[in-house]
Each structure stands twice: as C-alpha cells, then as structure tokens.
Write a protein that binds this ligand. Structure first.
Ligand code: NAP
Ligand code: GCO
Length: 266
C-alpha cells in the first residue's frame, strides 16, 4: 500500500458549504492542495464574487454557487449544477453554520429554530442530496463540522449546543445507515478558532486589555492559544481521503487539548 498516495484527493469533487471565508475556506484550500476540485456555496452575490477572487489569488479554480443550505430545492439544484460542471460530489463538508449568543430564557423559539435550521437541518439536507450519487459511485466522504458544544455547554449558546450535539448524532447515524455503501461520515470538532464567528469573543476592551473570554479560552486550552483555520487543514484532508476509509462515525476534536483538560486551579 502506498500510504502517501492514500491521502491524495486527485480526481475527487468536493462540496464545502459556506466556504466563502473562515473555516470552510481553509478546508477547501486544503482539499484543493490534495488534488480535489472544489465547489462551494454561499448566500450572497457579493460574498461569492469576493470568495472567487480569494480562491483565484490562491491559484484555486473553485466553482462558487448561491444556495442556502436550509432550502431543499436550492440544495438539490446546487448538487445538480455541480454534477454538470465538475461531476458528482465525492466529498461533502457540512461547514455552513451560525451561532446566536442569547441567554436561554431570553431567546425566542424563532431564534432557536433558525440556529437548528442552519446548523443541524442544513447538514441533513445537504447529506440527503449527495448520498444517492455517492451510493451510485460506490464511495463517499461526509465531514460534519461539529464543535466543542457537541460535548460541552456554556451560558448563552443553548440552540448552538443543541444543534451541534445533534450534528454529532447525525454523523453517527449517517455512518450507521450508509457505512455499508462505503460512505464514511465523520465530524471535525474545532476548538476555539479565530474567525468572524468568534470575533466578538476576542474584541479588545475599551481600556485596551484582552476580552475576558479571550483570556479564559487561552487559559483553558493546553496549547495556550486560539486555533486558526489552518489547524483544521490536515484533519480535513485525512477524513476526506482513502487514508481514513475505516474511520466512520467518529468526531475528531481539533481543540488544542480543551476537552482533555480540567482547567487551571484558580
Ligand atoms: P463564519 O466565519 O461565521 O462562517 C460561516 C459561514 O457559513 C459563512 O460563510 C456563512 O455565510 C455560511 N452560512 C451561514 N448560514 C448559511 C446558510 N444558511 N447557507 C449557506 N451558508 C451559510 O464561521 P466559522 O467560524 O468559519 O465556522 C464554520 C463552521 O465551523 C460553522 O459550522 C461553525 O459553527 C463551526 N465552528 C466554528 C468554530 C470557531 O471557533 N470559529 C468552532 C467550532 C465550530 P454568510 O456570509 O452567508 O452568512
Ligand atoms: C461560543 C463559541 C463557540 C465556538 C465553537 C467551539 O460562543 O462559545 O462561538 O461555540 O465557535 O463552536 O467549538
């Protein structure tokens, strides 16, 4: 067996959802470096145009499409367009996601529903759209972007934790239901990663000092720093490639050690 070749994604088509920037962009960049042809979706033309320029600047010939992951008809036509433009999807990365930080007793059911809709039902809709094609091809990789909140709770993120905990179980269920069709569905659980989603948690205080949450995360992370989108590149290539063909239903936490650590004694 040629081990290094088993990490190659040559000839594979990857759809990374919500990959105009942030973690999705870095994962798409990594999959492209390993040889995959990249398709991504986002919700606005302005983001699409900016992202296409950013991919081109990296030398990546990515195809971008407008589609909202919560809309079944939009996702179905996204998958059909990718098939016509690049070929059937071999690798799906369910990356699109949002968070609303609101104390639970102040959160409307509508806000809660919106988070679950994007972070949990979106991955269901996207997976459902690509699985038949994967079955036909005889192989497929689905990577669900989970979270520390697939395992832990904290104040203000009830909807997000419910959705990401659900996404961990959707990962196991897709593995259970389609593992026999040679489809591997795994999760990546990023720790605290510096992206637009977490910008509010890292904002400098009026006196110039670091945000208390920023200090808390650095102290709670054995690596002693925030993660970067680049930290997720190697794990994504591994889970997208033949190198992980017997890894299924697993969530790979890429968190600098947060989940292993009880925290510093005060
Ligand atoms: P981000 O910078 O906010 O990017 C999220 C992306 O998702 C954006 O491109 C956004 O596009 C897209 N998106 C949101 N709703 C969508 C929808 N309905 N349809 C299509 N695209 C949609 O977030 P990130 O930090 O890169 O996070 C990416 C994923 O990792 C998310 O699932 C997030 O929960 C997860 N995650 C993040 C961290 C972290 O610390 N940053 C840690 C663990 C897990 P728009 O511009 O259209 O909104
Ligand atoms: C928060 C954060 C998180 C992270 C991430 C951790 O408010 O606690 O935004 O939930 O983004 O998902 O893994």
């Amino acid at each position: 067996m040629d081990v290094m070749k088993s990490f190659s994604l040559e000839g594979r088509v990857a759809l990374v959802t919500g990959a105009a920037y942030g973690i999705g962009f870095a994962i798409a960049e990594a999959l492209a470096a390993a040889g995959a042809r990249i398709a991504f979706n986002c919700r606005t033309q302005a983001n699409l145009d900016r992202a296409l320029a950013d991919y081109a600047a990296k030398g990546i010939d990515a195809r971008g499409y407008i589609a909202d992951v919560t809309k079944e008809d939009e996702v179905a036509s996204l998958v059909a367009k990718i098939e016509a433009d690049l070929g059937g999807v071999d690798i799906l990365v369910n990356n699109a996601g949002v968070i609303k930080r609101i104390p639970m007793t102040e959160m409307s059911a509508e806000d809660f529903r919106q988070v679950v809709d994007i972070d949990l039902i979106g991955p269901f809709i996207c997976a459902k759209a690509v699985i038949p094609g994967m079955i036909e091809k005889g192989h497929g990789k689905i990577i669900n972007i989970c979270s520390m909140m697939s395992e832990l709770g904290r104040e203000t993120v009830s909807a997000y934790a419910a959705a990401k905990g659900g996404l961990k179980m959707l990962t196991r269920n897709i593995c259970s239901e389609y593992g026999g069709a040679n489809i591997q569905c795994n999760g990546i659980g990023p720790g605290y990663i510096a992206t637009p989603q977490t910008t509010p948690l890292r904002e400098r205080q009026p006196d110039g000092s670091r945000h208390p949450f920023d200090q808390f995360i650095v102290a709670k992370t054995p690596a002693g720093r925030w993660g970067t989108p680049e930290d997720l590149m190697g794990p994504a290539v591994f889970l997208a490639s033949d190198a992980s063909d017997f890894v299924n239903g697993h969530v790979l936490y890429v968190d600098g050690g947060i989940l292993a650590y009880i925290g510093k004694q005060p």
